[in-house]
Unconditional design. Structure first.
Length: 259
């Protein structure tokens, strides 16, 4: 029976991933900052008694090594590590404090790197394991008021593309999922320039793909061993416009409503 560890599991895509994986009969390790929310997610999963809760704060490196040690000690191994925890942004570059940029990078990038490094030796020793990274279509192009967020997601691609090449012959696999607009609370909790919550539901977010549909597509892509998958509506086309018509993309991104 597989052991699947999901960060950012207390809501949104993370909670939906917990549901999707639990329906496949795996044992889950659910992590986020809020234990009470994790308890609710576990209770909603199939076979809730199978699943562990390990709170952590991706912005606090001191909690990550301890969390990895606990998971490996209690569960014995991690077959699939799902990096879903993250925070978004809604502010112009000129209005964004450097502390906010650093916090977004710490949560979205450095947290995933630290947990990967903590779990990786055990996967390499077993010559088995998969890392699933929930990035974003903004990991492939930047949009206004998301500079730090886009940077953190771009960094994930660079790191995990390199890792994929390094560990392939050892039997490990890396899948990067790039959702577009999904119906979650991410815009409510996005940081403004001074670090306060945005506190608004973006219209595009409200019209986005249901989180359970997105989660199911992520899990299926991981099961098929896909290296990268784009999930969403018309916003996904931005990846291909940027790739094949960059000058057109540059004009479009200056004028479209990115909320």
């Amino acid at each position: 029976m597989q052991i699947v560890w999901i960060t950012g599991a207390s809501s949104g895509i993370g909670a939906a991933l917990a549901q999707a994986y639990s329906q496949r009969g795996v044992r889950l390790v659910l992590s986020a900052r809020r234990r009470e929310r994790l308890e609710a997610v576990r209770a909603a999963c199939l076979n809730p008694d199978w699943h562990r809760i390990v709170p952590l704060d991706l912005a606090d490196p001191a909690t990550l090594e301890a969390a990895a040690e606990q998971v490996l000690a209690e569960a014995g191994r991690v077959d699939v590590l799902v990096h879903n925890g993250g925070i978004s942004q809604r502010a112009l570059v000129q209005d964004t404090d450097m502390d906010v940029v650093r916090r977004i990078m710490e949560v979205n990038f450095f947290g995933a790197v630290a947990l990967t490094r903590a779990v990786l030796p055990s996967m390499l020793a077993r010559r088995r394991g998969q890392i699933v990274v929930v990035s974003s279509v903004v990991g492939r192009f930047g949009t206004p008021q998301r500079a730090a967020y886009a940077s953190s997601k771009h960094a994930l691609h660079g790191f995990f593309d390199a890792l994929r090449a390094e560990v392939h012959d050892a039997g490990l696999r890396v899948t990067i999922a790039c959702p577009g607009r999904v119906q979650t609370d991410i815009s409510l909790h996005a940081l403004t320039g001074d670090g306060s919550p945005h506190g608004q539901m973006d219209p595009g977010q409200a019209r986005g793909m249901p989180a359970d549909v997105c989660a199911e597509r992520i899990v299926r892509a991981a099961e098929r061993g896909k290296e990268e998958v784009y999930i969403g509506g018309t916003e996904v086309l931005g990846v291909y416009v940027k790739r094949f018509a960059p000058r057109l993309f540059s004009r479009l991104i200056r004028s479209v409503n990115v909320t």
